[in-house]
Design a protein around this ligand. Structure first.
Ligand code: MBD
Ligand code: FE
Length: 303
């Protein structure tokens, strides 16, 4: 059947009623978005002649896989799409330059220890892992050192697990997570046990979907950052190791040109020199974080 079926008076009437279009209460913006979203789902169903069994399989998948939505969203490219959309809107507004943004992912935890100077991120044992040394400058659009910046940094351990989300239960709450307060020179430095790439939980909802699409659920080794500073736009980004086998094949589409440094490897040590450049904020909202819901843990004193 043709998708024009969705445009039939009976279906259009159903959409109006389902989205509360004729009701006086509720949120008008949500009504408009829901109407289009439901209509899009109906159009897909008709276009692909989705069977009743397939439809209920999809409902079951969403119900049972909802705990992995934070992984499914980057896995199907939607989180990267939001970056592309923000980039395109910035370009339209002439707001260009600086370090590229890239996806936050689902594994940030608020409340990490706030430290100064050369930060030691790793407090738990991580036997055999190489040491990562990363350092550089945080500057503004004119190359000026950014004062009073806070660099939030988080990464996995050498097993690919993030503290707080580690099913082995072997990591303390803020292992490989710190907030680094920078001085007037805008320079940062940290060292840690080098992360390995991330893989989605085997057999989980994301893994099932990736396999059904003929894909995999691996990310290259990477380090996440938020960088916030008064007067500047908070930057959400990450660096991915340019020499990782998945550097050009990230299931989450988080790797971007300009964010793929190749570590300088010397024996058991890996060195990355990387400078960040922030854009200036136009107002307070522009300066702050997105309102995304994030995990949090009780702040602890830095070791
Ligand atoms: C990660 O570590 C990550 O950074 C993203 C974006 C998705 C899944 C796991
Ligand atoms: Fe990550």
């Amino acid at each position: 059947m043709d998708t024009s079926f969705v445009k039939s008076p009976e279906v259009q009437k159903l959409l109006d009623r389902a989205a509360g279009i004729e009701e006086s209460g509720g949120n008008p913006r949500l009504k408009a978005i829901m109407r289009d979203l439901i209509e899009s789902a109906m159009t897909v169903i008709v276009k692909h002649d989705v069977s009743e069994s397939e439809f209920w399989l999809a409902v079951k998948y969403l119900a049972e896989g909802s705990g992995e939505l934070g992984l499914i969203v980057p896995g199907i490219g939607l989180e990267h799409f939001i970056d592309l959309f923000l980039d395109a809107k910035d370009a339209q507004a002439g707001r260009v330059g600086g370090t590229p943004r890239t996806i936050e992912g689902p594994l940030y935890v608020a409340g990490a220890p706030l430290v100064e100077g050369d930060a030691a991120l790793t407090v738990d044992p991580d036997e055999g892992a190489h040491t990562l040394y990363m350092s550089g400058a945080v500057t503004g659009p004119d190359g000026e050192p950014v004062e009073n910046a806070i660099v939030h940094v988080w990464h996995a351990n050498s097993q690919g697990w993030y503290s707080h989300f580690d099913p082995t239960g072997e990591q303390t709450p803020f292992n490989n997570r710190r907030r680094i307060k920078l001085g007037k020179d805008g320079r940062y430095a940290f060292h840690s046990k080098q992360p390995s790439g991330y893989s989605v939980p085997p057999g989980g909802a994301t893994d099932q979907l990736m396999q059904a699409l003929g894909r995999h659920g691996n990310r290259p080794a990477h380090v996440h950052f938020f960088i916030e500073a008064p007067g500047y736009r908070t930057l959400t980004t990450q660096i991915n190791f340019g020499d990782d086998p998945f550097a050009a094949d990230d299931f989450a589409f988080g790797t971007r040109e300009g964010l793929l440094p190749v570590p300088n490897r010397q024996g058991d040590a890996a060195y990355i020199a990387f400078d960040f450049q922030l854009q200036r904020a136009s107002d307070a909202e522009d300066e702050g974080f997105s309102a995304r819901a994030r995990a949090a843990a009780e702040p602890v004193d830095a070791a």
